[in-house]
Design a protein around this ligand. Structure first.
Ligand SMILES: NC(=O)c1ccc[n+]([C@@H]2O[C@H](COP(=O)([O-])OP(=O)(O)OC[C@H]3O[C@@H](n4cnc5c(N)ncnc54)[C@H](OP(=O)(O)O)[C@@H]3O)[C@@H](O)[C@H]2O)c1
Length: 360
């Protein structure tokens, strides 16, 4: 049997990477062996590495060498061998994978549409990450949208959650929403949701000078400003901040400018992970982390089984169709391609209107 290939990164030095190979195991009783086909790499995956210790992302696909880890990714896999009565060889699954060529899974709860990986070490982790879609059973499943789905579904599902959370809180009484790192896909998805709501406050996108034109061309934000121009936004309007940048300087300047008019800051991401130190102007008492899996669990309880997935899928489907007008997904294969995509995203080299779909 051929080997399993793993792409590992040093937990404390994400630009140090290595190839690790080990013998491919045969699935045990009730287990399946999945060949990971393709997956997306975006800033979201870099964040998994940056907060890996704090939030637990290294726990999904642990490796024996403590200093090294495997970054989780969203994508598709095909069942290569099965020792499970309900899962056939050849089934295609969408979900959360290691940056590796294969994964051994232990399906627990299996329904027509989904399966849960019940491998013991994953049980304590948020259920959304352990749930896999059995895509061949989805009505109208179209493999031509696989790349869109692996890149945009996890991000736009988050956008859907953010919109749902903010609307549920009456926009924290704000007359304006400012989105930081407005060129990120999670931000753009949020902008699609806000834009489609006539009752939503005015929407401002904040981005780096190099991405300003591209963000303006999207036509989703009522106003676009570069980080250099924060002070020109004016501090008199009551404002809600949805921040994907995690940039201490950007948030400090915004909070200083707004003072009491800063109604709430939702800290969603850290695309500027090297600048993630909050200074004295950052208003902690009206800022809070947003964690999409937590919101999904809340809505699963409020709305009943399957309803969140249905609504998020409908939102993703519409927004990803619209995204085809600006997004180019680059598909590439082989260990070198995975390594290249990782470094490209890690160093901020991937253009905002582009994304990677890679596999071994
Ligand atoms: N809390 C949650 O539950 C949750 C869920 C999903 C995603 N997120 C977070 O949302 C953020 C966005 O993720 P995404 O996958 O949507 O991002 P993405 O589309 O890959 O974002 C690309 C943008 O991020 C900024 N950026 C990326 N790398 C950079 C670097 N090295 N240096 C400076 N700027 C860089 C740039 O935006 P600008 O020039 O506009 O700053 C760039 O255009 C991530 O931090 C992710 O973890 C959080």
């Amino acid at each position: 049997m051929a080997d399993i290939t793993e792409f590992q990164v040093r937990k404390d030095k994400l630009d140090e990477t290595r190839r690790v190979q080990h013998e491919k195991p045969a699935p045990g009783d009730g287990q399946i062996l999945v060949k990971v086909d393709r997956f997306a790499i975006t800033a979201n995956n870099v964040t998994y590495g940056v907060v890996g210790e704090r939030i637990g992302y290294w726990k999904f696909f642990p490796v024996s060498d403590e200093g090294w880890g495997v970054i989780p990714v969203w994508g598709f896999g095909d069942v290569e061998a099965s020792n499970h009565p309900d899962i056939a060889v050849g089934e295609r699954l969408y979900g959360y994978w290691p940056t590796a060529s294969h994964l051994v899974m232990t399906p627990g709860k299996v329904s027509e549409s989904r399966l849960m990986d019940d491998t013991p070490h994953r049980r304590e982790l948020p259920p959304v990450y352990n749930s896999y879609a059995r895509v061949n059973n989805e009505p109208g499943y179209d493999g031509d949208t696989d790349n869109d789905r692996m890149v945009l579904m996890p991000l736009y599902a988050t956008s859907f959650c953010i919109y749902d959370f903010l609307k549920d809180n009456d926009w924290f009484g704000a007359a304006r929403v400012i989105i930081g790192s407005a060129s990120s896909k999670t931000a753009i998805g949020t902008a699609y949701a806000v834009k489609s709501d006539d009752a939503a406050p005015k929407l401002v996108g904040l981005t780096s000078p190099r991405n300003r034109d591209a963000v303006e061309r999207l036509g989703l934000y009522d106003e676009v400003a570069a980080y250099d121009d924060i002070e020109s936004l004016g501090g008199e309007i009551s404002t809600l901040i949805i921040d994907m940048s995690g940039d201490g300087d950007v948030l400090g300047r915004l909070h200083k400018l707004l003072g009491d008019k800063m109604k709430y800051t939702s800290n969603v991401g850290i695309t500027h992970f090297t600048a993630n130190e909050m200074g004295p102007d950052f208003i902690r008492e009206r800022s809070a982390m947003f964690f999409a899996p937590g919101h999904i669990q809340k809505r699963a309880a409020d709305w009943g089984p399957g309803e969140f997935e249905k609504r998020a899928h409908a939102f993703w489907s519409e927004a990803s169709r619209k995204s085809r007008s600006w997004l180019t997904i680059q598909e590439a294969h082989g260990f070198g391609a995975v390594e290249h995509a990782w470094r490209d995203v890690l160093t901020g080299g991937t253009p905002a209107d582009s994304a990677w779909a890679v596999g071994f």
